[in-house]
Design a protein around this ligand. Structure first.
Ligand SMILES: NC(=O)c1ccc[n+]([C@@H]2O[C@H](COP(=O)([O-])OP(=O)(O)OC[C@H]3O[C@@H](n4cnc5c(N)ncnc54)[C@H](O)[C@@H]3O)[C@@H](O)[C@H]2O)c1
Length: 353
């Protein structure tokens, strides 16, 4: 019988469990749902500083009460998990990953995005996992979505010619005044980390960044909107925006090629190819074409869990690893740095931040 990994979940909130109750979301929609769905993982322990959330989680996912913990260190020591799934607030990711990486029983870690609150935290997380040979997968789960993987194939095959420009937006409702000291950033950090990760996945590595932001609550608070221009080493240009104070949520990327265009995100997937113009003699324009959707699709959260398992079994570097997520964080930090310096161009070295 194939090995089943004893798994512990730290943080029992929305992405760990509660979003499973949203009837509109594709299922599984959470870490626990994905861990329960994957045949190689079993949720054996849970941890949350909030007792109510912990109990709700434990009962829902069948974790026996002796394996409910309020402190992740105690959980790691006593439950001796083999996989640790971290779904706590971003400012605690580093501390929990460092503790998990030190725990002898731990073989793999799945940690939510953004990887950390600072570049130095991200570096320490990556180094600690590397030292013990533990795969660290970060929850930029679109890298496990077959439609996004198909777009990457189209880029690599050159089906629509060279990728030239990406417009990437994560728009959201107006955000309240929250201290930067704890929250670090607004929508650009928390949702825009997916955009930065995808921009790098499709077009990276990055060469330089010019950023802007809007801080109506003052410099010590998070921004309501931030964005910028990123130039990739292969000349792809990325226009990115997070926030935007809208009355709706929008997460979309618009990829423009020499001979076509793909829109992908919450507004669906739409492909276009260049052909004879219907409006101007002698011109060419874009016409809608079917997107070559993959025949089978694995749920992207299950894909993340599968990636941790695969990396443990093969010893190969996982997709969406700590370094990938660090590179995405470097771009966000470069936007903030540039915006704080009146649009100064920030150079990014060799995709390493
Ligand atoms: N991949 C995605 O699309 C996605 C979606 C939502 C959230 N997230 C990320 O997941 C993380 C959690 O977000 P959420 O929306 O689920 O938040 P949440 O507030 O709903 O849940 C976080 C839980 O962690 C607990 N917690 C905090 N610090 C802890 C600690 N040190 N030890 C144990 N428990 C602790 C809190 O009590 C809370 O129950 C964030 O990093 C967020 O960016 C990712």
């Amino acid at each position: 019988m194939a090995k089943v990994y004893k798994t512990a979940v730290v943080g029992c909130g929305r992405i760990a469990s509660l979003l499973e109750e949203d009837p509109l979301r594709e299922k599984p929609a959470t870490h626990a749902g994905a861990l329960a769905a994957h045949p190689a993982t079993k949720i054996a322990a849970a941890c949350d500083i909030n007792a109510e959330r912990l109990e709700r989680f434990g009962r829902k996912w069948g974790v026996p009460s002796p394996y409910w913990y309020r402190d992740h260190r105690e959980m790691l020591r006593r439950a001796q998990p083999e996989i640790v799934s971290i779904a706590t607030w971003t400012d605690s990711h580093c501390e929990i990953v460092l503790e998990a990486a030190k725990t002898p029983s731990v073989k793999g870690i799945y940690c939510e995005k953004p990887i950390a609150s600072s570049m130095s935290e991200a570096d320490r997380m990556i180094a600690a996992c590397k030292k013990r040979g533990i795969p660290l997968v970060i929850g930029h789960e679109r890298r496990f979505d077959a439609n996004f993987v198909r777009v990457k194939e189209i880029i690599e095959k050159g089906t629509l010619g060279k990728l030239k420009t990406i417009f990437a937006q994560a728009l959201s409702l107006p955000v309240p005044a929250l201290p930067r000291k704890k929250y670090v950033g607004g929508t650009l950090l928390h949702d825009g980390t997916h955009l930065m990760d995808l921009a790098l996945y499709f077009g990276g590595p990055a060469k330089w960044v010019i950023g802007f932001n809007k801080r109506p609550y003052g410099k010590e608070n998070i921004e309501t909107t931030a964005g910028g221009i990123i130039k990739m080493e292969n000349d792809v240009t990325v226009f990115v925006e997070g926030g935007g104070e809208r009355e709706y949520f929008k997460f979309d990327l618009d990829l423009q090629f020499e001979r076509g265009r793909i829109l992908i995100g919450n507004s669906g997937i739409h492909a276009f190819a260049a052909g004879k113009s219907r409006h101007y003699t002698g011109f060419r324009e874009l016409h809608p074409v079917p997107f070559p959707a993959p025949k089978t699709r694995v749920n992207s959260l299950v894909g993340g869990v599968a990636e941790v398992v695969r990396a443990i079994r093969t010893g190969k570097e996982p997709v969406s690893n700590g370094q990938d997520a660090r590179d995405a964080l470097a771009l966000i930090m470069a936007v903030y740095e540039s915006a704080g310096a009146d649009g100064k161009k920030i150079r990014i070295g060799n995709g390493l931040g």
